[in-house]
Design a binder for this molecule. Structure first.
Ligand code: FAD
Length: 805
């Protein structure tokens, strides 16, 4: 071991070795992996090591595809077999709902470029003779499913990394981490101290403990997981080919061939945590005693789907632990609040994702950018609230137990809730609010007004709650809607350097005092980092408003670019709240609560003012996402409850209605407005999504200007457009393919029913040449192609006169 390395990777599991390999491949060779025991000594050695390309998040699906393709490469480079088997795999449908869901997933996979196919029960049984076809309706076959040898694969990464100059140091526990004033780390190990410019936490089962050494409590925890391996089965002995893997979604089990027997794994509905704080330091390569009684209900279903198992001998039981995060995705990237400390942990699918985590992290460390939109696995997608033990336990148990359960688009899950509520929460609940959750914050989805006993049914089709949403849309279009904006993040930027700093950070021109602007923020690749609004309160005081759930992510970006003096940024997201009041009567309502002149001349579109509103003192900005005349009214959190009551009271005789996010979605789609994470993301070019019109190339330097200028010369190949879909009973939710004839010409980003225009609507990225041809389009809605057409202008108020009225 040397005294100094550019990077020390802590942990020699599948993830740590992949990080080491990718760093070495990217040219950083003064690097070392330090491992407490032997390579694979955490979760890795006893993993079932199955892999698949499929993931709900298309960006993660693409990265999983990368991981799978990499196996051949590292086997060749290292000369070490990875024990690759890729017979493909079936997901079974044994209920009509599941079959419908699989058919709709099949369409989404086409968007993701995964060449899956639907299969009949006969086909499944022909390929997998141990499957009992009773009640089987069909299945989805993914050709990229299989398994590797966890030991061989980990060593293949390590050998390849060593060949490129990296060091692997075994039997040497890291016992402490000390930050140094220059941003480097003193890494204390059993074999002595070492200085590292960067530290990567790939500590797997111990990653929470390793994080705490650096002063950060990461939201991850180990949980137990069982599988069994059988003796040889006669059906498999009779087969020449390897049998495809099988996941019995309604049975909570997955199965893969192992030699001439099978490995059957269980995602039980009664899961169990294991050392929430991280594995004990003296935990060896041991198994946890199996708890067969706890998994018996799922095993019973598993044995009835695969009856031959009842007669099979069990060669071994495995009960091991691996780590889960609240949403089941890993924690990757620079840890907010720390310098040069990187996360590569919380990974429950090391053999689908380990390769990609290594590539993304190495790109981030070497190039300063992960290279693609990885928000779904970014360590900064969580705030510190997510590391609370109780929250973590509830969320991870919910994720684990629902691993194979259908996730309906209109379904709200209840783990870890309520955690954060705005002061108006109880008053909203009393009016029938049904809440969703964003980054821990309860936020009304709709108000079941006048029907306290109403129960929403989870469905792929239009929800039975739509009558409430329709009424909220009507109220907004005809009178006024009042939406809680607790889902906004608010930041104040102040100081003598505030204006010039913001000018370099944001791609838009900055507003003058009393005005606001929509402000795209770019990264050096010219891709979006935010669709913010910036408000100028005075020449050295600004507000930035963005998405509440992005606050840790955005603050990391802001702080990374903050100069050492002259600018201060305060996160007001928990201390300021407010409402969006919009609709034709909204000015009248506001005027009833203030002595200020709120006429169009005095407070025009994109104007802002600090004013009294009822008994509160508010920052009022004139804009809306509904397409109506509207105001965003922001107040200190303690005044939000009073403001809620004042606004409702003032608008009562004018027809005001409290509205939720579902109505907002319907309203924004009628205007064709995109939102972050659906239409806009860090993999999207501002020219493709239309945000380029807010970029001011003439103002001088700003982050991403050069890349955006280059991109301006190349017309985008796809464009964000609004579609009308003829679909009588369901709307699209995202990622569905759009076709022209047989050709896939794009994909949907979001959809909703436009209750005012009475039309199913979707935003979609479409190939530009498909638009030029102006031919009829088709969109897959729950697996069935529906006619669609491009709307050249939004169906509601295309000239945007109401917004400016
Ligand atoms: C029963 C079971 C079945 C599974 N099945 C699958 C499957 O089919 N497919 C799949 O993709 N995944 C599966 N997994 C999950 C998979 O094993 C994990 O996703 C993966 O192993 C995580 O790898 P890792 O490198 O992040 O962590 P780990 O394998 O836990 O490695 C972390 C390493 O860090 C070292 N370390 C920790 N702290 C220190 C320190 N302070 N100093 C030095 N070294 C340290 C540890 O000794 C360990 O070697 C399964 C896991 C189990 C237990």
């Amino acid at each position: 071991m040397k005294s100094h390395y550019r990077v020390v990777v802590i942990g020699g599991g599948i993830v740590g070795t992949s990080v080491l390999y990718h760093l070495a491949k990217a040219g950083w060779t003064d690097i070392a992996l330090i491992e407490r025991a032997e390579l694979t000594a955490g979760s890795t050695w006893h993993a079932a090591a199955g892999f698949h390309a499929i993931n709900d998040d298309p960006n993660i699906a693409a990265l999983q595809t990368y991981t799978i393709k990499l196996y051949e490469e590292i086997e060749a480079e290292s000369g070490q077999s990875v024990g690759m088997h890729m017979p493909g795999g079936y997901s079974l449908a044994t209920t009509p709902e599941r079959w419908e869901w699989l058919k709709s997933e099949f369409c989404v996979y086409q968007t993701l470029g995964i060449d899956a196919r639907l299969a009949s029960p006969e086909q499944i049984v022909a390929d997998c003779p141990i499957v009992d076809p009773k009640g089987l309706l069909g299945g989805l076959f993914d050709p990229h499913e299989g398994a590797v040898d966890p030991h061989g694969t980990t060593h293949a990464f390590a050998i390849s990394a060593r060949k490129r100059g990296a060091e692997v140091i075994l039997r040497n526990r890291v016992t402490a981490l000390e930050p140094l004033p220059d941003g480097h780390w003193r890494v204390i190990t059993e074999q002595g101290p070492v200085i590292a410019e960067h530290v990567v936490n790939a500590g797997g089962l111990w990653a929470r403990r390793v994080g705490l050494m650096a002063g950060v409590n990461l939201p991850l925890t180990p949980m137990q997981h069982h599988y069994l391996v059988t003796e040889d089965l006669p059906e498999l002995l009779a087969m020449n080919e390897e049998m495809p893997c099988v996941t019995d979604l309604e049975g909570f089990t997955y199965l893969q061939q192992e030699r001439k027997g099978v490995l059957l794994g269980v995602y039980e509905r009664n899961p169990k945590h294991w050392h929430t704080e991280g594995a004990p330091w003296d935990y060896g390569m041991d198994l946890i005693p199996e708890e067969i009684d706890r998994i018996a209900p799922e095993l019973t279903i598993g044995f009835s789907r695969f009856p031959t198992l009842e007669r099979a001998g069990i060669r071994r039981w495995v009960n091991g632990a691996f780590t889960f995060t609240p949403d089941g995705n890993p924690l990757v990237g620079p840890v907010p609040g720390l310098r040069n400390f990187w996360a590569a942990c919380g990974c429950m699918g090391g053999f689908s994702q380990g390769g990609a985590i290594g590539r993304v992290l190495a790109s981030w460390m070497v190039e300063g950018d992960p290279g693609t939109d990885i928000f779904g696995m970014d360590v900064a997608r969580y705030g510190s609230f997510a590391s609370n033990d109780e929250y973590l336990r509830e969320m991870t148990a919910q994720f684990y137990s629902r691993r194979f359960i259908i996730a309906y688009p209109n379904e709200e899950l209840w783990a870890g809730r309520p955690l954060k509520t705005t002061p108006a929460y109880d008053a909203q609940a009393a009016l029938g609010a049904r809440f969703g959750v964003v980054h821990g914050m309860e936020t009304p989805q709709y108000f079941a007004s006048g029907d306290p006993a109403f129960e929403e049914k989870p469905s792929l089709r239009r929800s039975n709650a739509d009558r409430f949403v329709a009424a909220e849309v009507a109220a907004t279009r005809n009178a006024a809607g009042l939406l809680d904006t607790g889902v906004y993040a608010r930041y104040e930027v102040s100081g003598p350097g505030a204006r010039s700093w913001l000018d370099g950070l944001l791609a838009s021109r900055l507003p003058s005092p009393g005005r606001l602007r929509l402000a795209p923020m770019l990264n050096p690749r010219g891709r979006l980092m935010g669709d913010l609004s910036v408000t100028c309160l005075s020449p050295d005081r600004y507000w930035i408003v963005g998405s509440y759930y992005l606050q840790t992510w955005h603050l990391r970006w802001f702080n990374d670019h903050l100069p050492s003096s002259g600018v201060r940024i305060d996160n007001l997201s928990e201390s300021w709240l407010g409402f969006s009041l919009s609709g034709p009567r909204s000015r009248e309502i506001l005027a009833r609560l203030t002595n200020e002149d709120v006429s169009n001349a005095a407070l025009p579109f994109m104007g802002c003012r600090v004013m009294d509103v009822g008994s509160t003192q508010a920052l009022v900005a004139r804009l809306s996402l509904t397409g109506e005349l509207g105001y965003e009214i922001n107040v200190p959190a303690a005044q939000q409850r009073v403001l809620w009551g004042s606004l409702l009271e003032a608008g009562r005789d004018l027809g005001i209605a409290p509205i939720g996010m579902r109505a907002q979605d319907s309203l924004r789609l009628e205007k064709g407005y995109g939102v972050w994470s659906l239409e806009f993301s860090s993999s999207v070019s501002p020219f493709a999504c239309g945000l380029d019109r807010f970029i001011d190339f003439d103002k001088g330097e700003f982050i991403g200007r050069e890349a955006a200028l280059r991109e301006r010369e190349l017309p985008p190949t796809q464009r964000l457009v609004l579609l009308a879909i003829d679909s009588p009973e369901a709307d699209v939710t995202g990622h569905e393919p759009v076709r022209r004839g047989d050709r896939r010409v794009g994909y949907v980003t979001s959809g909703a029913y436009g209750h005012h225009v009475r039309q199913s609507l979707a935003l979609a990225y479409l190939d530009v040449d498909a638009l030029e041809a102006d031919a009829p389009l088709g969109v897959d809605v729950i697996g069935t192609s529906r006619p669609a057409r491009w709307l050249r202008e939004p169906p509601y108020d295309p000239a945007a006169t109401l917004l400016r009225s």
